[in-house]
Design a protein around this ligand. Structure first.
Ligand code: FAD
Ligand code: UQ1
Length: 415
């Protein structure tokens, strides 16, 4: 059994950023992460639309993780928080004084019968959520000659809840450019009953949908795909739960998602399977030396990299407090952000807190489609991610917001 002061499980956006913050601990800090590659997933929307190369989203894990920390290149398979240990796929156990769980969210493509087969065999079926199938989206758009272009949103919490519709706006624009839009129904079939969870941005997106002539079908949950007949079956969520079939000529599927299976079976999670943390401190509800970060947690905010950035600084500070025997400060307000790309040069930059109150960084209305927001998303955020956040220096834009608002910011009131 090897022993460390801090063990971080997961070397993705959150795990890597927080390990970098603890890098002064040197070999007393370890990251458990099985993957060779680290992906900047937010750029996959633009990769899918042919606006960025896939290679720009990939760095070798060994080049991204902080050099001073120990990289344990294995999968965590079991948690025993009563004895401060994590078991690895090799069977070996790792002991910790403090644990950060940042394992992300699991993609459950296999929960939709026929979806994986369609993704593997039908060139007109794609999915920006997976490193393998994001590379199919643009070729499918190029080959598309009209008919039904269907975009789906599943019946589970997902990461970046805007991504299933961002690719639709980009495809709609592309189909206009290639002259096929007049022969096309652009259809958004979503399990939800609203286009976006925050009213201010939902109203702005509705205008985009009306202007572009997009069909939105609410409470439509994808349950089956048959690529041989090119049909997608949806269940109508509600009273009758009946099934309707759609023929597709292009299908962009967002898979159902859930907490990683390894976590679901662990003592660390709530009934829904998420790491059970205090929503203002990120400290575990039962085990005070355990903290949770990002997509795998119970934090009731929209799961994004921007939220992870804000959480990293708070987690680091609070864990240092706990190390000193003090009580962590309840400061996380649920900050999250979703850059809702509406074309290859415009973006609605949603930023909000737990209560769905807008928490905008720029001192002008971000519900408007703007070039500046697009440029930030496409050119500035990747630089911030690789050069600043992965070094442990980016805690989200809160400080920038305060400066740009000249201190006239509302004070967060936390229970
Ligand atoms: P991840 O970054 O997913 O990292 C989880 C890590 O845990 C992975 O490296 C994984 O290998 C590892 N892991 C899993 N299981 C184990 C195990 N058993 N043992 C050890 N390690 C394990 N966010 C934004 O802010 N803005 C956007 O515009 C945006 N767009 C997006 C578009 C798409 C298409 C996608 C897919 C995501 C988008 N996101 C966006 C979301 C963002 O990428 C995630 O919210 C963010 O990466 C979450 O960070 P995380 O550390 O929680 O999880
Ligand atoms: C952000 O902080 C972040 O983390 C790196 C993202 O992840 C990709 C984002 O998409 C956004 C929008 C933010 C928020 C930052 C600003 C400057 C509004």
């Amino acid at each position: 059994t090897s022993k460390y002061k801090v063990v971080v499980v997961g070397g993705g956006s959150g795990g890597c950023a927080v390990a970098a913050k603890f890098s002064s601990l040197g070999r007393q800090c370890a990251v458990i992460e099985p993957n060779d590659m680290h992906y900047y997933q937010p750029i996959w929307t633009l990769v899918g639309a042919g606006l960025k190369g896939f290679q720009s989203s990939v760095h070798r894990m060994g080049d991204v993780l902080p050099q001073s920390c120990e990289w344990i290149k294995e999968k965590a398979v079991q948690f025993d928080p009563a004895h401060n240990t994590v078991e690895l796929s090799s069977g070996e156990k790792v002991q910790y004084d403090y644990l950060v769980v940042a394992m992300g969210i699991q993609l459950d493509y296999d929960k939709i019968p026929g979806l994986v087969e369609a993704l593997e065999n039908d060139p007109s079926v794609a999915s920006n959520y997976h490193q393998r199938w994001v590379n199919k989206t643009f070729p499918a758009m190029q080959a598309f000659k009209g008919g039904n272009a269907i975009f789906t949103f599943p019946n589970t919490p997902i990461k970046c809840a805007g991504a299933p519709q961002k690719i639709m706006y980009l495809a709609d624009e592309y189909f206009r450019m290639t002259g096929v839009r007049e022969k096309t129904n652009v259809i958004y079939n979503t399990s939800l009953g609203v286009i976006f969870g925050v009213k201010k941005y939902a109203a702005a997106l509705q205008k985009v949908i009306d202007k572009r002539g997009i069909t939105v079908n609410y409470k439509h949950n994808l349950v089956e795909v048959n690529y041989k007949t090119k049909t997608a079956v949806f269940q109508l969520l509600g009273e009758d739960n009946k099934f309707v079939s759609f023929e597709y000529n292009f299908l962009h599927a967002t898979p159902p998602m859930s907490s990683p299976d390894v976590l679901k079976q662990s003592p660390l999670v709530n009934d829904a399977g998420w790491v059970d943390v205090n929503k203002h401190t990120l400290q575990h509800m039962t085990y005070p030396n355990v903290f949770g970060l990002g997509d795998c947690t119970s934090l009731p905010t929209s799961k994004t990299g921007a939220a992870v950035a804000a959480q990293c600084g708070i987690l680091h500070k609070n864990m240092l407090e706990v190390m000193k025997g003090r009580v962590p400060e309840p400061v996380y307000d649920g900050y999250t952000s979703c850059p809702l790309i509406t074309s290859k040069s415009t973006c609605i930059l949603a930023e909000f807190d737990y209560d769905g109150n807008p928490l905008e960084t720029l001192p002008f209305n971000q519900a408007k489609e703007r070039h500046l927001a697009y440029n930030m998303k496409a050119y500035i955020m990747p630089e911030i991610y690789w050069r600043v956040m992965m070094k442990g220096w980016w805690n989200g834009p809160a400080l920038l917001r305060k400066i740009l608002h000249l201190g006239f910011d509302r004070k967060p009131k936390l229970k």
